[in-house]
Design a protein around this ligand. Sequence first.
Ligand code: HSE
Length: 321
Amino acid sequence: KKIKVGVVGYGTVGRGTVQTLISNATEIKRKTGLDVVVAGVADLHITDKNDLYLEQVPLKTTCADELIANPDIDIIIELIGGTGAAFDIISKALKNGKHVVTANKALLAMRGTELMALAHSMHRNLMFEASVGGGIPVLSVLQNDLAANHILKIEGIVNGTCNYILTRMEREKLPFETILADAQKLGYAEADPSGDVEGYDSVYKMIILAYLAYGKWVDVKDVERVGTQIGLAQIEAAHVAGQRIKLIGSVEKQGDDIFIAVKPKAVPLESVLAEVSGVFNGIEIVGDKVGSLFLQGQGAGSLATASAVCADILKIAGTLK
Ligand code: HSE
């Protein structure tokens, strides 16, 4: 059986996902025995878009509903971002019996409770590995591999854009705005990069990590948040003191209470977090049985994030074959 997917949103991650599924189809088949086919792509500006991979997709439309209503499509991949239309697309897809994969951290952090309940009531999967840590399979590790552990702590760098900016400011002494423009060109930043820089993107990701560790959605307004408006002088001063400034997210459980914080922190130069540079993310998870684990990889970008989207697609596809 061919497993057919419909991709909604042909931006940075949508493009990477279609490219990965098509260019690595033989590798995917060899490893999983699965034939995953991109049956359709929906994007409001589809007529302006073209490339080698999109050319091979049979159905191209401006209307997501066309994919959601298509009885041949098994899995809808929501990659438009934002919390408005994306919510409707995911809800409609689940109600229509589709499984859903998304990278939408803002939507999950704000309306995860509703969406997970809907997926549950429809007996469909809603998977979101790409929403945290770009290509790092951190959600899978928390959910599956560490399932036998009480999670004692999660701490790390979960925004590629901020880390890229802080790294280049320190190394090249360039101003914040110049590097942010590069991060946007490289497809690391969100459509509105203020969410990256002010720490909201990291807040959403830490909320998702906390949900997988503890089964509770923490409200965005209950997270302590400080953004990364850091100047070169602060970076220099930290360096002289043997430290490096990073935007650090943390989750800790004390009794029944979950505490999440996102703020710039000076970490010792010799620490693992100080070594996480550029667009990389690094996340430490401490479990009561396993002890401390550290996961590091590209936290943003088209193909790294697509790798995580595809991981979810293949997990779902494996249950459908
Ligand atoms: N804007 C995000 C980041 C993309 O820079 O980390 C990946 O979630």
